[in-house]
Design a protein around this ligand. Structure first.
Ligand code: ME8
Length: 518
């Protein structure tokens, strides 16, 4: 059994991304979350776990209603059109989600109504009047103290004063129970800095929250009061339960819920680590097992590459993943996002950094290793890959990379998993430099060096598969192996399994060097 500090990896892994608002097009920031969730899902599948990976779109609320109206279409038409952009973007980025949820689906309305009725019947929902400053972009209320010069602190846009008779959720009743949950589940919110943020929020005192609206109709109706619809955040959070059949299939909920990880950006910690566990407690189900928080990708106003068709400062949300994929390829973008910004800290997104990692890690290290091995096998081994030796010094390097990468993936550290993997690539390249098989005569010695190098490549291919699935498949077949690394899984990563006797194909460079504009 693999080690893990989280209760969520006992052979099952349920990973979710935030469901994205359909008011924005997919951009590098939302791609960052989705690619990280995808790589984690792929790792767990490769490790033999049963996996459920959910993403989707958040389609209710005033912002969507306003945007649809501004575009002269109904909210339903608008969301049908824009939700598809997310599906298309994720297909392009080779995202392996098992389900895509839209909050306008019937299954969701049913789960939301059942979940909130449970809270209502348990006595945690009451009627009151709410007055507050509302930011439509956040779909959230602010107190006057939390405004920044009178503007929303996140969007820097004017807020509007709203007064409504609403249904309220008695969040204040959950202070002690939440603190107790954080204490008894130290890994509930990671990393530690973000856990402390959520704890500080709870310790600062919790106010009841208004969970319904009468001012709009674009939402899920409140079953016990037809004049109201649920507030968008209340409906949105429940998507994680809708997808596993809440209110429809108890066995599926029992199967997946104890294994859930919500991967989220840092601006929505309060919703996921405070409101959401309290809502679950109020409805009579266990809070989510794990919330993994990541930071933001920022753009420091750098110049974009020429082919991006723009120059000067840009916002991250202006960068469409497609533009980067056209220039660098899907797997290079995936690798860069996973490798460059650890989950939990902010990162700077720049074309220069992407180009530099592409050239150093992908072209010079990985691409070069595969190319030079195929070249030498062609010239010295008649194009047929020899078997590895059991006592190769690369065997230890491979075992270290495997255990280091596994531990890192298990601990939600894709950047570290890739760093460990690249150490093995570095060791294999160094091994080739030391032995210089290209200078040897064909024979036993060159066969032994090339067998070891091919085996190192085989292990690398398994280890990169969660991050770069298409590249892993391509290398697997170049070294003469059948199917895909995903067919055999990580149990096959122990040293020595390259069978030898397979035709090795040279092929085009996997990552042709890119000229830097700098
Ligand atoms: O908040 N860097 O949706 P949203 C990294 N619908 N990640 C980023 C990012 C950036 N610059 N910009 C966005 C919502 N993200 C709600 C969620 S969940 C029940 C409801 C990612 O479209 C990050 O994961 O505003 C962030 O949390 C999410 O997109 C916000 O997406």
């Amino acid at each position: 059994m693999r080690r893990s500090q989280y209760p969520c990896s006992v052979g099952r892994f349920y990973i979710t991304t935030p469901i994205y608002y359909v008011t924005d097009a997919p951009h590098v920031g939302t791609a960052y979350s989705t690619i990280n969730a995808d790589a984690l899902a792929r790792y767990h599948r490769l490790a033999g776990d049963e996996v459920l990976f959910l993403t989707g779109t958040d389609e209710h609320g005033q912002k969507v209603a306003d945007t649809a109206e501004a575009n002269g279409v109904t909210p339903q038409e608008w969301t049908d059109r824009t939700s598809q952009r997310f599906r298309d973007a994720w297909t392009m980025l080779n995202i392996s989600n098992d389900d895509f949820i839209r909050t306008t689906e019937d299954r969701h309305a049913e789960s939301v109504q059942k979940f909130l009725t449970a809270i209502y019947e348990n006595g945690y929902i009451y009627k009151g009047v709410y007055t507050g400053m509302y930011c439509v972009s956040c779909e959230d209320y602010y107190t006057s103290e939390s405004l920044n010069e009178g503007l929303c602190p996140i969007h820097r846009r004017p807020v509007v004063e709203m007064e409504e008779e609403n249904w309220f959720f008695r969040l204040s009743a959950f202070e002690d129970r939440l603190l107790e949950y954080f204490t008894s589940h130290p890994g509930f919110t990671t990393p530690e800095t973000k856990r402390n943020e959520a704890l500080a929020f709870i310790k600062g005192g919790l106010q009841d929250i208004s969970i319904t609206r009468t001012s709009i109709s674009w939402g899920i109706p409140v079953p016990w009061d037809s004049a109201h619809v649920f507030y968008v955040w209340y409906d949105a959070l429940i998507n994680y339960l809708t997808a596993i059949g809440y209110g429809r299939d108890d066995a599926e909920v029992d199967k997946w819920w104890p294994h859930v990880t919500h991967l989220i950006g840092k601006e929505i910690i309060r919703f996921h680590s405070v409101w959401w566990p309290a809502m679950c407690m109020a409805a009579g189900i266990e809070p989510p097992a794990h919330v993994q928080v990541h930071g933001w990708l920022l753009v420091g106003g750098q110049k974009l590459g020429k082919s991006m068709g723009a120059s000067g400062a840009v916002k991250l949300t202006d960068i469409a993943p497609k533009t980067l994929v056209d220039e660098f390829g899907v797997d290079a973008l995936r690798y860069f996002l996973l490798r460059d910004t650890p989950l939990g800290t902010d990162g700077e997104f720049s074309i220069e950094a992407l180009t530099s990692r592409y050239n150093s890690d992908l072209a010079n290290n990985l691409g070069n290793l595969v190319a030079r091995v195929a070249t030498v096998v062609a010239s010295k081994c008649d194009g047929v890959g020899p078997a590895p030796s059991a006592s190769s010094p690369l065997a230890t390097e491979a075992a270290d990379a495997l255990s280091g990468a596994r531990a890192a993936w298990e601990n939600f550290q894709p950047h570290l998993a890739l760093e460990r993997t690249w150490r093995l690539i570095g060791a294999a390249n160094a091994y080739l430099e030391t032995h210089a098989p290209w200078k040897m005569e064909p024979g036993a010695e060159v066969d032994q060096v090339m067998g070891d190098a091919l085996e190192a490549i085989r292990v690398v291919t398994l280890l990169i598969a969660p991050a770069m699935p298409a590249t892993a498949d391509a290398i697997w077949s170049r070294i003469g192996l059948d199917g895909s690394p995903t067919d055999v899984g990580l149990d096959a990563a122990a040293w020595g399994a390259y069978p030898g006797g397979r035709a090795v194909v040279k092929g085009d460079p996997l990552f042709p060097r890119i000229k830097s504009d700098a």
